[in-house]
Design a protein around this ligand. Structure first.
Ligand SMILES: [Zn+2]
Length: 279
């Protein structure tokens, strides 16, 4: 058929339809109800063929139509519908999204950056949430170790620089103060107060009295019964402090450090030279 013939045929058909509009509409309806599958197929083919035109038209229509506010019920219905749709097609949708992302990486990245710029609070929140997971921490630690190994010279230079800084000195001073404070607390609250007693004994009359006693008992350790050098002297509470023993000289004996730690707080510890206690 030539174009001219085609046009003429079209004209004739138009005239025919115009003459019998009712009949034409009825015929069409009948055919559609009888050939539903075929009709759907034709529709699909038509949409496929004219996709861009149809989409453009839809976009234009959407622009003309004022955006309608949805009621909560309508929103819920839509959400349920899209969730259902997503569930049914999740694999396809995900594949499509991934493919799109791969094809338009730059564009996606730009869009992400823009979003991040416009939503700094959300970004902070997301980052915080991600960083608080163990997985992230482990990963970060591994990364840091690797970086350190690769840039060891840089790290050393940086550390040396840091050690010269006021910040570092302040940190050291702060730590020293903290440690001293801890020692002070321990010194006054530790039930054994071993260091305290020792230093006190060493500085006090008590220490010299223990030395006198050491000389009196023949420079022996009453726990093991062996010879005790002066520089080995450790002061033992015969009745332990924890068991009610005091700091008076009658309760203090010169012993080996090792014997002292073996005896600990045991009251009936089998000592070798109990007889020395009365000297
Ligand atoms: Zn001993």
């Amino acid at each position: 058929m030539t174009d001219e013939q085609k046009a003429r045929h079209k004209e004739r058909m138009k005239a025919h339809y115009a003459a019998n509009p009712e009949q034409y509409r009825k015929n069409r309806k009948d055919w559609k109800s009888k050939n539903r599958d075929r009709k759907n197929e034709l529709n699909r083919e038509y949409r496929k063929r004219n996709k861009s035109t149809l989409n453009a038209r839809e976009r234009e229509l959407r622009k003309l139509k004022p955006k309608q506010e949805l009621t909560p019920e309508q929103k819920a219905v839509r959400k349920a519908y899209s969730q259902k749709h997503y569930k049914k097609k999740s694999a396809t949708i995900r594949a499509r999204t991934t493919a799109y992302y791969r094809a338009n990486r730059e564009k996606c990245y730009e869009r992400q950056l823009l979003w991040a710029k416009n939503n700094p609070d959300k970004v902070r929140e997301i980052r915080k949430r991600a960083q608080s997971t163990d997985r992230h921490r482990q990963k970060a630690a591994i990364k840091a170790r690797e970086w350190r190994a690769k840039n060891i010279e840089k790290v050393r230079a940086r550390d040396a620089e840091y050690r010269k800084s006021e910040k570092y000195k302040a940190r050291i001073a702060r730590n020293r103060e903290k440690r001293n404070e801890q020692c002070r607390i321990k010194y006054h609250t530790d039930p054994n107060r071993r260091a305290y007693l020792k230093s006190l004994a060493r500085r006090s009359r008590g220490y010299f009295q223990v030395i006198e006693r050491w000389k009196r008992v023949g420079r022996l350790c009453y726990i093991c019964g062996n010879h005790l050098d002066e520089n080995e002297i450790c002061i033992d509470h015969v009745i332990p402090r924890a068991k009610g023993g005091g700091n008076e000289v009658s309760n203090l004996m010169p012993v080996h450090r090792k014997c002292n730690s073996n005896k600990r707080d045991i009251v009936d510890y089998p000592v070798k030279r109990k007889d020395l206690l009365v000297i």
